[in-house]
Design a protein around this ligand. Structure first.
Ligand SMILES: *[C@@H]1O[C@H](CO)[C@@H](O)[C@H](O)[C@H]1NC(C)=O
Ligand SMILES: *[C@@H]1O[C@H](CO)[C@@H](O)[C@H](O)[C@H]1NC(C)=O
Ligand SMILES: *[C@@H]1O[C@H](CO)[C@@H](O)[C@H](O)[C@H]1NC(C)=O
Ligand SMILES: *[C@@H]1O[C@H](CO)[C@@H](O)[C@H](O)[C@H]1NC(C)=O
Length: 859
């Protein structure tokens, strides 16, 4: 009894605190442009606000020919292989909306989802049009709009009810009204079009009491609703008309031939966006569409030889899909925070000890966390990845600086007190459903490249006016004090993350391990934790060959270079903020890193990893991206004595320089194209784009002493490599897109074909940064005349901070986390794998990691 009382008391308390803080902070009128959006990128079309525990909405469609076809062809989540011949945003702006086209070859229809929202964030509409493919004029298509209320019983008020209005005329098919504390009163309606040829009247199916864990499964719940009606009804395509109150609602219409349907949402105190007509929505979309190319050209100008219109469409589509991949995620995540001694990885065979400790560890389910993040690929990786996000934000920063900062803040909100951020954010059951159980758990000793720090120098340059900014007017740029405030808020968090990385990924400089003569010691060598003989997933370069077997005395050149780049970024921010002491400290760290690179990693020809074999210090050299990290991360200047040899490697067609971009691994390496062949030769855009940018910067670098001088021969070479590599990369991504309709995760170095995940507009989108680079010697940086508007654009990060408040309260109150056993999660992932395309981020974690036999393979 006492237990029950305590429990109910604490629940009441929790609830009251929740209401007190929540309703207070979440003024229902406190919406902004960022509140609503298609922030469910894992669905073909899904809308939700950046407010947790409120509403989840979306669109499904299916063949309307028969009930069995309806059930077997229902489209909901983005899938790799369901007969789509391409889908994605043709234009999209996070602030305004855009239009997505879906080519459904199997169902013989092209769908377009045109989404627009009001500037105040209180209303939005999506216009869905269907165009039958040639020769399928009478094809029947069923559309299902769905809406679900999250955590129905938790906060009050929380209600949603729908009415079927299809017989009333006037075009309104269905009307739903609700109230949710955080959103206030709202309503949405589904509007038909006079031209539509409906197969049946609109059906509204309202379901009450759907389990909280099920409400994101629109397809499954709808299917069971359709199947629930048997008998003579059993052949109807339409779901039973059963409008009313509930926590899930389906509004189904079926059309023959072409159709237009509009879903329009508003907070009750405001007017529906553009009145009640479908045509008005269309007009808004048209003006957005017609203004979009100029906006893209302004932010991402194109220089020779990419002036043609086809490249304009290319850059519009790639930036639209990067932005359209923005997701708002909320839910618990699984963490192994056991800090087992084996996780120190100090012994030989440490990966075996660590695996044994992991098998026994208790897994913590955290309190619900919130994340705003772009996603690498909607069908395959619809969630946040730390190492990808730093790259995603490079183009986003140009387009919408405030959005980039909101995302950065959201990521740093996930950081724990130590400074750790989980490298893959799998928040909530919906996100978990896409990840094999064996990979759901995050480990607090695992790092990932601190790419978010890459943003800092670029952000700083924009905030200080040193670099042009042509994106959306930014509140952070409105005044110098706003810029300083933004950086001072980020700075301590960046510093904490950096300090954590330095501390936890430090190499072991115990005298027990041989090291080369010279100044090698702490701060000059780092090592990724979480290695196995075949993989270093934490480095981001998964199967890139390294020392084998792994050794606790190992030194990883990329880990060291990341520390150097991060320290340099912090040095710049500290300088800007007048933190002189910090600035000097970070400058010292950069110098240490540069020392370490030379003493520990340079073997006279190239930069290499290093390890200990027997009693010997040995360098482990596999030429490829690893050899380039000191260059890629800005740790080599134009007069660096090793630069000529690094450029030799870059330029060597037999080794790294493929016709389609830089290979991840030299074609002469014994591991080239071997095994899973993930980071063993393929061309990856993220690091290639850094290569072009960095080579170009080297070419432009002034001489020591600051005076202008003629570029050196090495600089001229860097410039010409940058220019040539730029063209190869743009051509590669462009041709593949032209041919397949998709952007890809990586490109084959032999043919330039896209490979692994398609619809990958994560970091592949960085290619858009190359289009405008000019290599005319007299032109330095892009000289656009940037008119900076002081217009304030609203509190972009408000909802994110609101999310934080809720999380903090929840953390305080739910101090006893829920525990789940690892055993529960130890499901076989083979089944999951079967459904996946060959390759991808989990494919490479092959059997070797699970049983240790791979070890023998290399001995
Ligand atoms: C909510 O917003 C309105 C309008 O901006 C304001 O008048 C009101 O005081 C706010 N309420 C709270 C609780 O913050
Ligand atoms: C609701 O939908 C059904 C079709 O399933 C239709 O027959 C009925 O007339 C509709 N009701 C209203 C009030 O429009
Ligand atoms: C909407 O547009 C269509 C064709 O473009 C036109 O026939 C129709 O009259 C318009 N409806 C309204 C309400 O303006
Ligand atoms: C460094 O290596 C030595 C020798 O193996 C070991 O005793 C020590 O625990 C290691 N220290 C750390 C911090 O890993």
């Amino acid at each position: 009894m006492a237990v029950v009382q305590t429990l109910s008391l604490s629940l009441t308390l929790l609830y009251l605190c929740y209401l007190a803080h929540h309703v207070d902070a979440l003024n229902a009128t406190a919406t902004s442009w960022s509140t609503w959006g298609p922030y469910r990128p894992n669905l073909y079309f899904g809308v939700r606000p950046q407010v947790p525990d409120t509403l989840l909405m979306g669109l499904m469609w299916a063949s309307g020919e028969s009930r069995s076809e309806l059930l077997s062809t229902l489209r909901d989540t983005c899938e790799q292989d369901d007969g789509m011949q391409g889908y994605g945003w043709t234009f999209y702006d996070t602030r305004l909306g855009g239009s997505q086209t879906i080519h459904d070859t199997q169902l013989q229809v092209d769908l377009d989802t045109g989404f627009i929202k009001s500037e105040d964030g209180k209303s939005w509409a999506v216009r869905i049009t269907g165009t039958p493919k040639a020769g399928a004029a009478n094809v029947k298509t069923s559309l299902i709009v769905h809406a679900a209320v999250e955590m129905e019983a938790f906060s009050l008020p929380k209600s949603l009810g729908c009415e079927n209005q299809s017989r009333r005329g006037g075009g309104v098919e269905a009307l739903c009204r609700g109230e949710i504390a955080e959103l206030g009163h709202f309503e949405f309606q589904v509007l038909g079009d006079a031209q539509n040829k409906a197969v049946h009247d609109t059906s509204v199916n309202s379901v009450a009491g759907v389990d909280e864990d099920e409400i994101w499964k629109a397809k499954a719940v709808f299917t069971s609703q359709v199947k629930a009606v048997g008998g003579s009804q059993g052949q109807n395509v339409a779901v039973q008309d059963k409008p009313g109150a509930g926590n899930m609602h389906f509004i189904q219409t079926t059309f023959e031939g072409p159709f237009t349907l509009t879903l329009s949402y508003r907070a009750v105190q405001v007017a529906f966006l553009d009145g009640e007509s479908t045509n008005a929505t269309e007009t808004r979309l048209d003006s957005l569409r017609s203004g979009f190319p100029a906006r893209v050209d302004k932010v991402f100008p194109r220089a020779a030889p990419f002036e043609q219109d086809k490249y304009a469409r290319f850059s519009q589509e790639i930036i639209s899909n990067l932005l359209g991949g923005l997701g708002f995620f909320h839910g618990t995540t699984l963490v192994d925070d056991s800090r087992a001694p084996a996780y120190q990885e100090t012994e030989l065979n440490f990966w075996e000890d660590a695996a044994a400790a992991m098998a026994k560890a208790t897994i913590t389910q955290t309190v619900p966390l919130t994340l705003l993040s772009h996603t690498p690929s909607r069908p395959f990786f619809p969630r946040g990845f730390l190492w990808d996000e730093g790259f995603h934000l490079l183009p986003v920063l140009e387009w919408d600086l405030d959005l980039a900062i909101s995302v950065l803040e959201s990521w740093f909100d996930l950081m724990d007190d130590d400074g750790w951020i989980g490298r893959e954010q799998i928040l909530g059951p919906e996100a978990r459903s896409r990840v094999p159980a064996a990979f759901q758990v995050q480990y607090t000793h695992y790092a990932n490249p601190p790419t978010l720090l890459l943003l800092l120098p670029r952000l700083l340059a924009k905030l200080t006016g040193a670099a042009p900014y042509a994106g959306h007017p930014s509140t952070h740029l409105a005044t110098p004090s706003a810029a300083t405030a933004a950086l001072s808020a980020l700075y301590p968090r960046l510093a904490r993350h950096y300090a954590w990385f330095r501390r936890t990924q430090a190499a072991n400089f115990s005298s027990a391990y041989p090291r080369p003569a010279g100044d090698a010691g702490p701060g000059r060598g780092f090592r990724w934790r979480g290695r196995t003989p075949s993989h270093t997933l934490t480095s981001g370069l998964d199967d890139y060959p390294r020392a084998n077997p792994p050794h606790p005395a190992e030194l990883h050149v990329d880990a060291l270079a990341w520390v150097g780049a991060a320290a340099d970024a912090l040095r710049q921010v500290a300088g800007f903020l007048g933190e002189g002491e910090d600035e000097a400290t970070y400058a010292g760290h950069v110098e240490d890193v540069k020392e370490g690179l030379e003493v520990l990693h340079w073997d006279g020809e190239r930069y290499c990893d290093a390890t200990v074999e027997g009693a010997e210090f040995v360098r482990v050299c596999h030429e490829g991206y690893l050899s380039l990290f000191p260059l890629l991360l800005g740790l080599m200047d134009a007069d660096h004595p090793n630069l000529p040899k690094v450029l030799d490697l870059v330029a060597d067609e037999a080794r790294l320089y493929s016709p389609f971009g830089l290979r991840s691994l030299s074609a002469l390496d014994e591991n080239y194209a071997e095994g899973e062949d993930y980071w063993r030769g393929a061309v990856w855009l993220n690091l290639n784009v850094l290569a072009v940018q960095r080579l170009r910067e080297l070419g432009l670098q002034p001489g020591r002493g600051g005076g202008s001088r003629e570029p050196t021969a090495v600089q001229l070479r860097a410039t010409s490599l940058a220019a040539d590599l730029r063209e190869r990369l743009v051509n590669t991504v462009f041709s593949s897109w032209e041919k397949t309709g998709f952007f890809w995760e990586q490109y084959k170095d032999k043919t330039g074909e896209g490979s692994h995940s398609r619809a990958f507009t994560g970091w592949t989108a960085c290619v858009v940064l190359l289009l405008g680079l000019q290599f005319d010697k007299t032109t330095g940086e892009r000289g656009d005349d940037v008119a900076r508007s002081p217009r304030s654009s609203g509190a972009s990060s408000l909802t994110v901070s609101i999310g934080l408040v809720v999380v903090v309260i929840a953390v305080v109150l739910l101090r006893r986390p829920l525990w789940v056993t690892a055993g529960k999660l130890a499901k076989s992932w083979d089944k999951w794998r079967k459904g996946q395309p060959s390759g991808g981020r989990y494919e490479q974690v092959e059997v070797i990691d699970l049983d240790e036999r791979g070890h023998d393979r290399y001995d």
